[in-house]
Design a protein around this ligand. Structure first.
Ligand code: HEC
Ligand code: HEC
Length: 684
């Protein structure tokens, strides 16, 4: 093993397997992929395209699939489907179009925006929850999409994606996908995304190759790489949020405290939540801190979604950082619970709800109004007017020099002493940590009095404080003339969030039989949580439009028999090389893989040798370091193990026996690319 590789492996593997006392636990790890078929739930892709009869209806060609997705999402003025072309990349499909890379560029799409819903349709949250890669030459799709029920991303493959026939959709070989997707989620190169159509050199090659097809397309998609990068990173954090929800909290009370914060955060237009509340501090932060010390005393490591950038036209071999098969250092490591971490989890989980969900809850709370003993509360401040010019003035309310009391700044346009328009440029409410910037939804002028209805118009929500209560009105009143005299501002807040508190309390009190159960130690699941919450808030249940057909099962092939020492390959290689596919090459597929192993032997030897100190690594070692533990051995122990030595010896013997000394030398020293391809069908 080269020294660089060795150091890197030491850092990374010790994180995974913990020989070093202080190494944190990985939240996801390539060697712990979990089952190919999730124990429950459905992938987003299946929710969209699986039919009740078990078949799939996927719009074809790919452009129509994009249109179909686009029609389901509203992303304001921004595109809802982000696209990027990767003609020369590092994915499994990269060699599929050879040598016509620019005729058949891989295209990757990601989604952003809110689901379009009508009436009481629940809609599917799609923002960074569905990623598809299309290879037009082979007409295959690689899919990574979220499964809410299982709280994880599913990896799927779609083959036979044509207009003429039924596509074949199957769960992918998860351990194999995760040898590169070590975060169990999408991955993407770092800025400046040189392999993508964001790179002018790539874009112009595409246009030059197929001007009719790419001329217009390139113009509209070039900026998308950066957005996809961000969406991929957001997706990467979901595993951390789920882990804290499921295991960082051990009680339903703790999860209810998180949910309360989430609702305040979303209802306040993502401005803030009541972080000082006893429930948040004691039931969530307190409990999480105790559990953390017990479960993760060495910290938690979040794997990264970002690969080092690579110039697609470079001729030199990939560096370790660029090769997606090398174990990567964590994206973030958290050693202890602090306020920022706890808050971060609230923000990430808050993204599970759609804006329509929050609007519905907002409207229902407004309908229910202030209940109980404290129906509402008011704040007052006196204002001073400063005329800006003949027709406009600025009202400054409250004492801006102090951090207490109600403070506001209003801008009024006047015409013949009538108020023409009004803008609230700042608003700070006592006990609320945020400076609010509300829109004025409407206003009415009475003698000596101006009533305003503030709102969060962009989000289509009422204006709410961080505690979830709603500002129902703002009233400006004056004695003489507004322009020169004293005036005062009064705002009225309705204590509506009490209804949410009562609903959460009822969910906590529920007897075991009635539980849904959104607050159990299961993944954070929007459907279950909304079900209970909306019921307790007296809301109509939502209509969920997904099929219940079971997803197609994987057809696991039995691995063929190998005699003698070659049989050693099976436990270390078969889980990734048993499928009858081009990449990774299926040299262990079929009943009698011996011939295929012989064909691939030179490459196998090189990839095994790549584990040894001093051996030049033009290619990543096999099995991939990050995945080794799946076969029950650590990357530290592997190169010195009997199994490893026997495996290398068996391939070397094979070379000597069949081809002689010179052949072995050649296998070890030739330019890797000139070695015979792994699959015989690919040799000239
Ligand atoms: C050899 C490494 C490697 C393996 C193995 C691999 N991928 Fe990827 N994959 C990549 C890279 C690199 C990217 C990002 C760049 C690109 O798409 O070309 C990617 C991107 C993707 C994307 C687009 C969204 C994203 O992550 O950016 C999907 C979907 C995807 N892969 C699915 C799969 C599936 C399904 C499997 C298993 C069958 C798999 N991949 C196995 C390297 C790999
Ligand atoms: C966890 C999954 C995994 C395991 C286990 C694994 N491989 Fe691989 N292997 C891959 C992937 C993925 C690729 C393709 C990488 C790419 O596209 O660059 C690959 C590629 C290869 C190649 C390169 C083929 C070529 O065309 O150059 C060889 C050789 C190979 N593996 C040998 C082995 C051997 C030998 C073992 C067992 C000792 C093994 N692999 C175990 C995932 C695995």
């Amino acid at each position: 093993m080269s020294d660089r590789l060795k150091t890197l492996l030491l850092i990374i593997c010790s994180l995974a397997f913990g020989p070093v006392k202080s190494a944190p636990n990985w939240i996801e790890h390539a060697s712990r992929p979990g089952p190919d078929i999730a124990p429950g739930g459905q992938s987003r892709f299946d929710q969209l395209f699986l039919q009740a009869d078990g078949g799939y209806r996927i719009p074809y060609p790919f452009g129509r699939l994009i249109e179909a997705l686009d029609a389901r999402i509203d992303n304001g003025d921004e595109p809802a489907v982000l696209q990027v072309f990767v003609p020369l990349g590092r994915s499994l499909q990269r060699e599929a179009p050879a040598p016509d890379y620019f005729h058949f560029p891989r295209r990757v799409i990601a989604l952003d925006g809110e689901p379009v819903t009508r009436d009481n349709e629940a809609g599917l949250a799609l923002r960074y929850r569905l990623f598809i890669a299309h290879q037009p030459k082979t007409e295959t799709l690689e899919v990574i999409s979220y499964n809410d029920g299982a709280g994880r991303f599913e990896f799927q493959l779609v083959e036979n994606y044509t207009a003429a026939a039924e596509p074949r959709v199957a769960p992918a070989n998860r351990v194999m996908c995760m040898s590169c997707h070590q975060n169990a989620a999408p991955i993407f190169a770092a800025i400046p995304w040189s392999e993508t159509s964001f790179n002018v050199a790539v874009a112009s090659r595409l246009v030059a190759t197929l001007p009719n097809r790419f001329n217009s397309l390139i113009g509209t998609v070039t900026a998308d790489a950066g957005v996809i990068d961000v969406l991929v990173e957001r997706a990467n954090y979901l595993s951390a949020a789920q882990l804290i929800w499921r295991r960082g909290c051990t009680t339903r009370r703790c999860r209810a405290a998180i949910l309360r914060a989430i609702l305040q955060y979303r209802l306040s237009g993502e401005s803030n939540f009541a972080e000082a509340a006893t429930g948040y501090q004691r039931d969530y932060l307190g409990e999480l801190t105790r559990n953390w010390r017990r479960l993760w005393p060495r910290g938690l490591a979040l794997p990264g979604s970002r690969l080092a950038d690579r110039d697609p036209f470079a001729t030199e071999a990939m560096t370790i950082e660029q090769d997606p098969l090398f174990a990567r250092p964590p994206h973030a490591t958290w050693y202890r619970v602090d306020a920022t971490l706890a808050r971060g989890i609230v923000y990430r989980l808050a993204g599970f709800f759609t804006l329509a969900d929050i609007r519905r809850i907002d409207r229902q709370l407004a309908r229910l109004g202030g209940g109980g003993p404290s129906a509402g509360y008011r704040y007052r401040a006196s204002c001073r007017a400063t005329p800006a010019d003949a027709e406009s003035m600025i009202l400054s309310c409250g004492d801006h020099s102090r951090a207490q009391g109600l403070q506001a700044t209003l801008e009024l346009e006047l015409r013949r002493d009538q108020v023409d328009s009004i803008r609230i440029t700042s608003l700070r409410v006592p006990q609320d940590t945020n400076l609010l910037q509300p829109d004025v939804a409407s206003f009415t002028l009475h003698p000596g009095r101006l009533e305003l209805l503030p709102a969060d118009s962009t989000a289509g929500l009422s204006l709410r404080l961080a505690n979830g209560d709603r500002i129902s009105s703002m009233v400006l009143s004056w004695n003489d003339r507004l322009r020169d005299g004293e005036s005062s501002l009064e705002i009225e807040v309705v204590a509506e969030f009490e209804h949410v508190d009562q609903a959460l309390q009822r969910l906590l009190d529920e007897d075991v039989q009635r539980r849904g159960d959104g607050l159990a130690a299961n993944p954070f699941e929007r459907k279950k949580i909304l079900h209970g919450l909306m019921r307790e808030l007296n809301m109509k249940p939502l209509a969920w439009a997904e099929t219940t057909a079971p997803a197609s099962a994987a057809t696991a092939r039995p691995v063929g028999k190998l005699d003698g020492k070659l049989a050693l390959l099976v436990p270390y290689c078969a889980h990734c090389h048993r499928d009858d596919r081009v990449n990774p090459p299926g040299f262990l597929a079929g009943d009698d893989p011996r011939a295929a192993v012989l064909q691939c032997a030179p490459r196998i030897l090189r990839r095994l040798k790549a584990w040894q100190t001093g051996f030049a690594i033009a290619k990543s070692p096999m099995p991939p370091a990050a995945s080794l533990e799946f076969s029950g051995i650590t990357a530290d122990d592997w190169p010195a193990s009997d199994q490893y030595r026997a495996m290398v010896a068996s391939i070397e013997e094979l070379a000597l026996e069949r081809h002689g000394e010179q052949a072995l030398k050649n296998w070890l020293e030739a330019d890797y690319r000139l070695l015979p391809p792994c699959l015989a069908a690919l040799s000239e």
